[in-house]
Write a protein of this length. Structure first.
Length: 574
């Protein structure tokens, strides 16, 4: 048998892929294809040629590129991401084309114009690790760039890539990732505005992340109670956790002037906390301090830090009523873990439920644990199709107990207002919500709850205004916010906008698909509506219009009929 000599060579391979391609195609297939074709011609091809590379092949939503050097490959990838971000500024956010790019330097095999081999496979796997708008490279590429330029790399450690035998050390190019997060600048509010970034865990122990995350979240909660401040919600600031980004870019993205950074170390019953308040526009440090205390004093430290930040930004204010702090650090840690789980899915909520029950055993008077239990029971029967009883009554009793245990925590009142609305106790719901707004004027979740209540009471325009306020306070919001926005837009008969909202990556594919189904049906897009209805029923096999209408607490009958009409037009059962 003749020996076949393979055409091997060393090359830098870059693989790029469009983020959320399926969603973009479902939203506007013709427009997406035309936009990608235009970007390929005016952005991709000139950049690759300019860096002495070649496009090996285009694969639907992806592209494979070859370069003679790693330096050229990285330069091309950075320019590509920058040009894509620039082009996106002219489009609505939902139509942005974002790329993930992976780059590897390795041995490849050429066959005609195509290439294959481990060098290509590793690049493809690295692409999947990149952030939207970001670049991920192998250690070989990193070594080639050492001392060449001023790019900042974040070490991701050894990663096991699918179908690759040996682990590969991977790196993110940090300054490119920052561009994806920076986005368009938001206007500054008319009062001092602040974002509290996730505190750095100085222990190096992942278990201590719970403590530092809880510290960050509680500082945000305490600051947001001050009417003289504009405070970004925790979910948006936690989008930057673990990312070494310029605080000026973060402030620009979130639309704030001030950023609080901090670190914490917990050991042997003591805690050391360092904090600094940065003016992201002026570039100076407004205030910095270090606290070295017994762990049992941690909540006093939180109060002291909050007071000093407020004084630095708006001066001395009348002291607010103190929230009741937990008596057990063990219960506190359990509750912080549950915060991250309670609304993710029915499965995650069951884990949160167990954690909260353990917290209450350790500290029966811990109001926050009771509050989250109330929300879990409300979601079980109100959203997830579980039996109304005993979940309904358990939600009421837990929410009322939370307010009794700590009447100074606005979050307890917000949950009780939501529960009362689902009980059709409208006057009580309104009164409790008003109390909550006075206690915490910056509560993004609270405005989202108000949006839901406003839809139930037949006030869709108010609902839209409330959720827009919530999204300004929480620019990197969870899918729940977009569910609420889509619901309000449907109720206001803004069907096109509702479809656009409910196809966002944050919420598409969740229970909000039910409202997407109705919106498509009202637009007469019946093929799409029926396809989405089939997908909705896969995840909600027991859904019926009649049961849903019976348990939903609409005060306004016309709004209820409008939702049911959309579901029936789309073919949702009974």
């Amino acid at each position: 048998m003749a020996h076949v000599r393979l055409n091997r060579r060393l090359a830098a391979i870059a693989v790029a892929d469009v983020v959320g391609y399926s969603r973009l195609m479902e939203s506007d297939e013709a427009g997406t294809l035309a936009l990608l074709k235009e970007r390929r011609k005016t952005v991709l091809e000139p950049i690759v040629r300019g860096h002495e590379g070649r496009i090996v092949k285009v694969m639907g939503d992806g592209v494979l590129m070859e370069f003679a050097s790693a330096v050229n490959a990285v330069a091309a990838a950075i320019e590509l991401q920058e040009r894509m971000a620039e082009a996106n500024t002219h489009l609505h956010e939902d139509g942005h084309i974002l790329l993930r790019i992976g780059i590897n330097l390795g041995d490849i095999i050429g066959e005609g114009t195509d290439v294959y081999g481990d060098g290509v496979n590793v690049a493809a796997r690295l692409e999947a690790l990149a952030e939207p708008g970001g670049i991920c490279v192998s250690s070989k590429v990193r070594e080639e760039l050492r001392g060449k330029g001023n790019r900042v790399f974040e070490d991701m450690g050894e990663v096991q890539l699918k179908n690759i035998a040996n682990p590969v050390r991977a790196f993110k190019i940090v300054d490119v990732v920052s561009q994806a997060f920076a986005g368009a600048s938001l206007p500054l509010p008319d009062k001092p505005s602040i974002a509290v970034l996730p505190f750095t865990n100085m222990n190096g122990d992942a278990e201590q992340d719970v403590f530092t995350d809880g510290l960050t979240e509680d500082l945000i909660t305490d600051l947001s109670r001050n009417a003289g401040l504009f405070v970004i919600a925790r979910h948006s600031t936690f989008a930057y956790k673990g990312k070494a980004l310029d605080v000026r870019l973060i402030a620009r993205s979130l639309g704030v002037r001030y950023v609080l950074e901090g670190s914490a170390r917990r050991a042997a019953g003591r805690v050391r906390i360092n904090v600094q308040l940065i003016d992201a526009i002026g570039g100076d440090h407004r205030w910095a301090d270090r606290f070295d205390r017994d762990l049992k004093d941690i909540f006093a430290v939180q109060d002291e830090v909050t007071a000093k930040i407020v004084e630095a930004l708006v001066g001395r204010l009348t002291a607010l009523p103190m929230r009741i702090r937990p008596k057990s650090m063990g219960a506190y840690d359990l509750c912080v873990r549950a915060r991250k789980l309670h609304d993710n899915s029915p499965q995650a909520s069951r884990e949160a439920h167990l954690l909260l029950q353990q917290a209450i055993v350790l500290d029966p008077g811990y109001a926050e644990a009771h509050r989250w239990l109330a929300l879990i029971h409300l979601f079980r029967w109100g959203l997830w199709g579980e039996p109304m009883e005993p979940n309904r009554q358990l939600a009421v009793s837990a929410a009322e107990k939370a307010v009794t245990l700590d009447p100074n925590d606005a979050n307890n009142h917000w949950i009780l207002a939501h529960v009362f609305a689902y009980e059709r106790r409208w006057a009580e719901s309104n009164a409790v919500a008003e109390t909550a707004r006075k206690l915490d004027p910056n509560n993004a979740d609270g405005f989202t709850i108000l949006s839901d209540i406003s839809v139930l009471t037949g006030r869709p325009n108010e609902a839209i205004a409330h959720i827009q306020t919530a999204l300004r306070l929480n620019p990197h919001a969870t899918g729940w916010y977009y569910w609420a926005l889509g619901q309000a837009q449907y109720a206001a008969r803004q069907y096109d906008l509702a479809v656009e909202t409910l196809r966002r990556e944050e919420t598409y594919g969740t229970g909000s698909r039910r409202i997407l189904v109705a919106s498509l049906a009202q637009l007469g897009r019946m093929d799409e509506a029926r396809r989405e209805a089939e997908l909705f029923m896969v995840g909600n096999p027991h859904f019926t219009n009649s049961y849903w209408a019976a348990v939903q607490p609409f005060q306004d009958g016309a709004t209820l009929a409008h939702f049911v009409d959309g579901y029936r037009k789309a073919g949702l059962p009974g």
